[in-house]
Design a protein around this ligand. Structure first.
Ligand SMILES: Nc1ncnc2c1ncn2[C@@H]1O[C@H](COP(=O)(O)OP(=O)(O)OP(=O)(O)O)[C@@H](O)[C@H]1O
Length: 344
């Protein structure tokens, strides 16, 4: 499988909001679509999915124009897209039907993802007894699952059982984070080959962030193609292999993240010492980026300068606790590339 995005452009009036976007995914993994606020990420994604008209360009999935009614694509939009007044279960079944998933199969998948995303209490206010009966009735294999479900339910503390009975069932009764989970479910339900995640972790608490990350890791392990747009550089760095950075509609950096990092070299030095070494840092001509007591973040020109500095520290009998030389982080690369540009 492969994804090709070629010459994608969009204008609103006189303003170009996406200027000739080009990238390719020739193998599974995570491609990061990054950029400043208003750079054109969401517009690009929506054009790729034909949710928005293009002024020019094409998007090919396996050599053919990407058609979401034929290709198996999952999309987690940045904005909330649930209908506030309908029950969550009805919406999930509806979204699944739009992707051609029959109701019985949809119910099984919903049950799986509800447990995985820990939102059962919102989808099964009665504890899920009726739905489980429907989804698991019939064969012996499922009887085992039903038995273990019953056992799990019996093991749940009373407080949790009570909470389930009072739980809301419509989107507008859910917190933002839980709505995000339901929307993630709609993206995952079709078991997509291509998964597009626009700010997947925004608004999630640390526990749910880890939950989402573990699911993203599982989807990567299954060999999915994934496009992730996010402002959380550390998270992107955990998952992505290739990146593109947009600024004011234009591509300012593109390539394999490891190659990009290598091209910068190991220029960041984290140093922790027992005593103040400010004078030695000055003597060695290093750039002090930040300091907290005897912990220093330094910028060096390369390994040669770092080694000379280490020798200087040793010659002055400085007790070194940490001396860590590394390539710049994605965050630093991003900031360097786009500076402090802001949306017009
Ligand atoms: N319907 C519209 N009419 C006019 N301009 C629009 C419209 N939709 C988006 N824009 C403009 O297009 C530009 C790109 O918006 P887009 O939402 O794609 O940015 P983004 O990179 O996703 O930003 P963010 O990181 O803040 O979500 C912005 O300047 C925005 O104001």
């Amino acid at each position: 499988m492969s994804l090709v995005v070629r010459n994608l452009s969009k204008k609103y009036g006189d303003k170009t909001v996406v200027d000739n976007l080009n990238f390719e995914m020739a193998r599974p993994g995570v491609f990061a679509l990054l950029g400043t606020n208003g750079a054109g990420k969401t517009t690009s994604i929506r054009m790729m999915l034909n949710m928005l008209s293009r002024d020019s360009g094409e998007v090919l999935w396996n050599g053919k124009p990407l058609d979401t009614s034929v290709c198996n694509v999952g999309y987690l939009a940045e904005e909330r897209g649930l209908y506030p007044k309908y029950t969550l279960m009805d919406q999930l079944i509806y979204f699944a039907a739009l992707r051609g998933i029959p109701k019985a199969e949809a119910k099984k998948r919903i049950r799986y993802w509800a447990e995985r995303l820990e939102v059962e209490e919102y989808l099964y206010p009665d504890g899920g007894a009726s739905s489980r009966k429907e989804a698991l009735s019939g064969n012996d294999e499922n009887k085992g699952a039903a038995d273990s479900d019953r056992k799990r339910s019996a093991e749940k503390p009373e407080s949790k059982k009570r909470a389930r009975k009072q739980a809301p069932k419509k989107a507008d009764q859910l917190s933002k984070g839980n709505q995000q989970k339901i929307q993630f479910m709609t993206a995952l339900l079709p078991d997509p080959d291509l998964l597009i995640l626009d700010e997947p972790l925004s608004g999630l608490d640390p526990v749910n962030t880890d939950l989402f990350k573990s699911i993203i890791r599982e989807e990567i392990a299954k060999g999915k193609y994934m496009i992730m747009s996010s402002h959380q550089m550390a998270t992107v760095e955990e998952f992505c292999t290739d990146i593109i950075i947009l600024n004011r509609s234009k591509t300012v950096l593109q390539g394999h993240l490891n190659d990009i990092k290598k091209s910068y070299g190991r220029i960041n030095l984290s140093l922790k010492t027992e005593t103040d070494v400010s004078e030695l840092i000055e003597k060695a001509g290093l750039t002090l980026v930040a300091q907290k007591e005897c912990e220093y973040q330094l910028r060096v020109s390369g390994e040669e300068q770092a080694n000379a500095f280490l020798k200087l520290l040793i010659d002055h009998s400085v007790s070194v606790i940490t001396f860590d030389l590394r390539e710049p982080s994605l965050h630093e690369i991003f900031v360097e590339k786009v500076g402090d540009a802001h949306e017009d």
